[in-house]
Design a binder for this molecule. Structure first.
Ligand code: KG4
Ligand code: ZN
Length: 338
């Protein structure tokens, strides 16, 4: 069964054709990085306007590359939440128009569910249940994935997301947008013990995160050094900081594994591309003797192939939207049911 998938939640306009939730027949991404780089981050209105310009061409290319027409497609999956509202609305409305004109069913897909589903493409035998660490620009969750369409949040950030934490420090260090990726590269040969950062503690649920103190301490250290005319060693500072962020993620995931008895863990979201995160989780999974999965690099960031993967599982579980479908800036992963 072929699904046409559309993604426009942030700064990538993407479309893909995916077969049976696992096989990518085409995946087209029009990135807006060049337009936002001068502002040091995503400008929502520019993002919406660029989606409006790109979406028709991107969808046509996805169908063409998959050697399909709409007659070969069984359903249209679209990201409807969470994300930038103006950006989401472009994809949702385009998908609704296609659904109306073609008569194809419309399947709403939650963005974070699709980040997890990127792993079904990379690992064709991977099946729930498993524990997932979802780390993106706007979210940091530990999720118990009970089935392809049932999710339970067991840990979450109380303030900033891990990606936001990476991006803000990168920006203060003068690195270009997208910050997380450039910080990862700059820190490659750095000494992770050179600088000290606080490891924040959260009251209550020990699997929750707090990153804002860590982020503020990095930004303050950078500003203080500038004021005093002291030089910061970029590689050492970056490596120490990334290890501090990743240390919080691995520590809480370890507690979650112990608490749930999970035997499989799955990394998802843009930050799962981080080289330190991957190697620290490799170590953790070996130490604990559990299976570890993460998406291939090209599926870590926003793309529509992952939307086609999750869209397939949502569709066969009976999820369908009508033409009243709306977009939502926020939507908990465990509540995205119709
Ligand atoms: O999932 P994603 O592409 O978009 C959202 O749904 O938010 O995640 C984007 C986030 C950004 O904060 C970006 O800096 C971060 O993922 N990111 C990275 C790396 N690549 C992307 N963070 C650390 N290391 C990377 N290699
Ligand atoms: Zn994302």
């Amino acid at each position: 069964m072929k699904i046409l998938a559309i993604e426009s939640s942030c700064d990538e306009t993407a479309a893909a054709v995916v077969e049976d939730g696992r096989k990518v027949l085409s995946s087209i991404i029009a990135s807006q990085v060049d337009a936002h780089i001068v502002y040091g981050g995503v400008v929502p209105e520019i993002a919406s306007r660029m989606h409006a310009e790109a979406i028709s061409g991107v969808v046509s290319q996805a169908l063409e590359k998959a050697e399909c027409t709409l007659n070969d497609i069984e359903a249209i999956a679209v990201t409807y939440a969470p994300g930038l509202i103006g950006a989401l609305l472009i994809g949702v409305n385009f998908a609704k128009g296609l659904s109306l004109s073609s008569g194809l069913p419309l399947v709403p897909v939650h963005h974070l569910r699709s980040h997890i589903a990127a792993n079904y493409i990379t690992h064709e035998k991977l099946e729930p249940p498993f524990l997932s660490l979802v780390v993106s620009g706007g979210h940091s969750h530990i999720v118990n994935v009970k089935s392809y369409t049932e999710f339970e949040i067991i840990g979450r950030t109380m303030d900033d997301a891990a990606g936001e934490c990476m991006d803000k420090a990168a920006r203060a260090l003068g690195l270009p947008y997208p910050g997380g990726l450039n910080l990862d590269k700059a820190a490659k040969d750095g000494d992770p013990k050179a600088y000290k950062f606080p490891r924040p503690k959260v009251d209550g649920n020990e699997m929750n995160f707090s990153f804002s103190g860590l982020k503020t301490s990095a930004v303050n250290a950078i500003h203080n050094a500038k004021q005093k005319g002291e030089e910061i060693n970029l590689a050492d500072f970056g490596a120490s900081y990334i290890h501090a962020v990743v240390g919080c993620l691995t520590a809480n995931m370890k507690k979650a594994i112990e608490k749930t008895g999970a035997e499989k863990i799955v990394l998802a979201g843009g930050v799962s591309a981080n080289s330190v995160l991957r190697s620290e989780f490799d170590k953790l999974s070996k130490d604990l003797g559990i299976e570890l999965y993460y998406p291939e690099l090209k599926l870590c960031g926003d793309n529509a192939a992952m939307v086609g993967a999750q869209g397939y599982f949502e569709y066969i579980s009976g999820k369908k939207a009508d033409l009243n479908l709306n977009a939502y800036a926020t939507m908990p992963i465990d509540k995205a049911d119709f």
